[in-house]
Design a protein around this ligand. Sequence first.
Ligand code: ARG
Length: 463
Amino acid sequence: MSERGQQPLWGGRFGDSPAEAFERINASIPFDIRLAPYDIRGSIAHARMLGQQGIISPDESRTLVLGLEAMLGEVQAGNFSWTLADEDVHTAVERRLRELVGDAALKLHTGRSRNDQVALDLHLFCREAAEGIRNGVLEAMWALVDVAEAHKDLILPGYTHLQRAQPLLLAHHLMAHFAALRRDLVRLEAAQAAATVSPLGAAALGGTPHPVDPVVTAEDLGMEPFTNSLDAVSDRDFALDLLYACAVLGVHLSRLGEEWVLWTSQEFAFAELDDAYSSGSSIMPQKKNPDAYELMRGKSGRLIGDLNALLVTLKGLPLGYSKDLQEDKEPLFDAVDAVLSMLAVLPEMLRTARFEGARMKEAAGGFALATELADFLAARGVPFREAHRAVGALVRRCEELRLPLEEVPREELAAAHPALDEIPEGLLTPEGSLANKRSPGSSSPRSVGLQLEEARRFLAAAT
Ligand code: ARG
């Protein structure tokens, strides 16, 4: 049962108080209390507009705004209390406003519904969350550039099918992740733009007879006004946009995380995490685990689930508010929190890691240089297919002789293909292979240098 004396907002029509179990399933206050700052901010804009439009008196408007500002202070100080009887954050704010300013509070809801109110709160939340995540992504991008530059000469094997493929500069590899994060910024900016629309003034679904001005409230909040009141209260696309941006970002972080899990394994042993970013085992004293990177893999699954949850909630929902829409909040909050927790740990974890350059380079030699031989022959006019077959046979021969490609005797090279005898000194090394790359955007030191310069310019302009 509700706290004695507190009627739900909609209590007028009802003879009895809600049952406790109903109250529990119906209440969103345990999680939507998080929207309090946005709810109050939106209510301030609404109260100002009501005064400006003559819907309430200037005095009443001022009283409401002062009360709401005081309440914002309470929320920020962590002094705002609620009970289940408050049902949701909107009720809690109205209840507290009445405690603070008296019966003037009863006029705040004129020309407004919880339907446009909650849609506004969520827009404000998404706009701010997108900004916070964007800043976190930029920090991670700075870290990638710094680490790439600090280890400019390190070489590791690039993989296809998780088989050693060709040598890559570590910096090139890190900048590949940079490129993915850069696309995440575009998605986050689009999500932020979609969230910058104010539904206030749509009221329950069809507008209101009061002369409210949605443009005034939208401008007050730095937003665009809605165009259709029914769409304004039904639309959650902006939340989907942010969830999608989070899910893709999560997938990117999980791919990076998986690589670090491999790199820090004893099988690869390419890198070691700083102690501050790894955990041990409660039973195996030797263990040093890359938990945060594993959690990036793990949490990305949740992010995909959060996006799915809201998509499925919206699918088939008729226009206009249905209580199903209350289910939009938890996946959204969960996704934003998960993404922010990953971005909070990533930059320093990258910066403080150590690389085993010698081991990485060793793994980048051997058969990872075979394409170099085929390309050498092709540049000499040998059709590439023929060159590929000749070098393939040579690799097989090396395996028989149990020799790495770099140590194969000249006569074996010549036997594979006469032109291979003329292989220039140094080409059959990881460095030689990289220096030999000419195509734009390649892993050559020159191309990677250009990528890093461009990345720094981009970040300086974006930050
Ligand atoms: N707690 C509700 C939500 O989160 C607020 C909107 C309630 N609107 C309504 N018509 N009951 O969606």
